[in-house]
Design a protein around this ligand. Structure first.
Ligand code: NAD
Length: 476
């Protein structure tokens, strides 16, 4: 029988307890399932020293050897998938099948990056005789990383994969509300033989940790996934110390449904996707702009499907959507729905919290949502779909681009001409046509505008973890 893990910090290759901790709650029943350790300054100082020492070893380890250790850690996590998925569902709430898929996805990130680490090619620049110009990509140094609670394992895996494959060491502060995913990654790397200090895992008070770590001399890159507001704060802080950042921030994904597709199958597919992770995904499809001839059929089918989504404890195999991860998300849903309703939106499904124990909120569908409703511009980060009609593709593209976000966007059409116009016209780091999958390990993922900058995954994924070094070599 799987158990929730004993939560500890991982510093310099050793596990450590702390004197203070924060409770971890099961969002399905609000019971306490563990205590996450809170790092003291001395723990952070130890992590900095360990990461600096780890960098010396790891940056001089061959990419092939680094890749072997990363693949071994991923293999261990694939073996431990049931145990890890159980812990994720307990702390986050998502259905156990989605937790299993998250673990597999996290392993895919590590495996992909392990391979890319062996392909960080430099180049030789043609030159006059007697001198050679050689360009190398070298690991940037110690990374300070901050991962969020929505994907407890795959989010930290993204950052750890990029850093380790490039030859960097990392101090990662994973989410205090969902610490078990990152803890299992550290366990797997420990068991796979990662040298001490290469990966260091801490928890604590987020602002205190970021404010302390970012200015420290060994830290050479700040990598963050989370809200735009926090991302801007960390970017400012890094800027004061002339340190680069990799920022994966908020989104408010538009979905443009053209009048040449089947409205019912598109709506059903959209509702199923919206329910994934209870909508707590930065790429979650949220603003649906449907061409007028399909509007009624699409909205009706979406709402009907939404009403059938089974909401419950993620450990129950019948559950299709778990609780929200924390109380803040329930309050956000209630506020956004009340505001939209007051401004004239129609509530076609859901709209109210379910029960009063556990953070359950149903898949909620609003139509005819006025532009000034807060939900149209604030990222709901929950199970909220907003459906509005549009009279033309130009109008749809204008509305899609009207927000400061630009992470994921989607279009449904059979017309190559429409697809091309959408792909060219919509401002987003990731545009998907006839699919609601925004990224896989082998494609670069990231945002434009206030959704952040930098890319994770794909052939681009390691570039932020490396520096470009030019060697000019006169042959004597
Ligand atoms: P939040 O902005 O308080 O926190 C977001 C994440 O950043 C959390 O993991 C938190 O621990 C961390 N964080 C907060 N302040 C920090 C600081 N000063 N230094 C370092 N880390 C810090 O919001 P929240 O209520 O936890 O989450 C809600 C919002 O966060 C959502 O509206 C969504 O926009 C965003 N979010 C985005 C993603 C994503 O994948 N891009 C993931 C989770 C949350």
């Amino acid at each position: 029988m799987a158990q929730y893990p004993d939560l500890q910090l991982y510093i310099g290759g050793s596990w450590r307890r702390t004197t203070s901790g924060l409770p971890v709650l099961n969002p399905a029943d609000e019971s306490e399932i563990g205590m996450v350790p809170v790092a003291a300054r001395s723990d952070l100082d130890d992590a900095l020293a360990a990461a600096a020492a780890g960098f010396k070893v790891w940056s001089r380890t061959s990419p092939a050897k680094r890749g072997d250790i990363m693949r071994k850690a991923a293999a261990l996590m694939r073996e431990r998938v049931e145990e890890i998925a159980f812990a994720i569902t307990l702390e986050h709430g998502k259905p156990i099948e989605q937790a299993r898929l998250e673990v597999v996805r996290g392993c895919e990130f590590l495996e992909w990056d392990a391979g890319e680490g062996q392909r960080t090619y430099g180049r030789v620049i043609p030159s006059e005789p007697g001198i050679k110009y050689i360009v190398l990509h070298r690991p940037i140094g110690v990374v300070a990383a901050f991962s969020p609670w929505n994907f407890p394992m795959s989010q930290p895996a993204r950052k750890i994969g990029g850093a380790l494959a490039a030859g960097c060491s990392i101090i990662i502060k994973a989410a205090e509300e969902t610490p078990a995913g990152a803890l299992h990654i550290a366990r797997a790397f420990h068991d796979a033989g990662l040298p001490p200090g290469v990966l260091n895992l801490v928890f604590g008070v987020p602002a205190e940790i970021s404010e302390y770590l970012i200015p420290q001399t060994p830290i050479r890159l700040v990598a963050f996934t989370g809200s735009t507001a926090v991302g801007k704060r960390l970017t400012e802080m890094a800027g004061r110390h002339a340190k680069p950042v990799l920022m994966e921030l908020g989104g408010h994904a538009p979905v443009i449904v053209c009048d040449d597709v089947d409205p019912v199958t598109t709506a059903i597919m959209s509702a199923v996707r919206k329910a994934r992770n209870a909508g707590q995904v930065c790429t979650s499809p949220t603003r649906f702009f449907v061409q007028e001839p399909l509007y009624e059929a699409f909205t009706k089918a979406f709402a009907e499907k939404a009403r059938t989504v089974t909401v419950g404890n993620g450990l129950d195999p019948a559950t299709q959507m778990g609780p929200l991860a924390n109380r803040r998300r329930v309050e956000a849903m209630e506020t956004l729905v009340a505001d939209a309703r007051a401004k004239g939106a129609r509530v076609l499904a859901g709209g109210e919290r379910l029960g009063n124990r556990g953070y359950f909120f149903p898949l909620t569908v609003l139509s005819d949502v006025p532009d000034d409703a807060r939900a149209m511009s604030e990222e709901p980060f929950g199970p909220l779909a907003l459906i509005n009609p549009v009279s033309s593709l130009d109008e749809a593209i204008e509305k899609a681009n009207s927000l400061p976000f630009g992470l994921a966007a989607y279009g449904f059409t059979h017309s190559a001409r429409n697809a091309d116009r959408l792909a060219e016209g919509v401002e987003a780091g990731n545009f998907s046509i006839n699919t609601l999958e925004a990224s896989v390990a082998e494609t670069p993922f990231g945002g434009v505008k206030e959704s952040g900058f930098g890319r994770e995954g794909g052939a681009e994924g390691l570039s932020h973890y490396t520096i470009v070094k030019n060697i000019s070599h006169r042959l004597m």
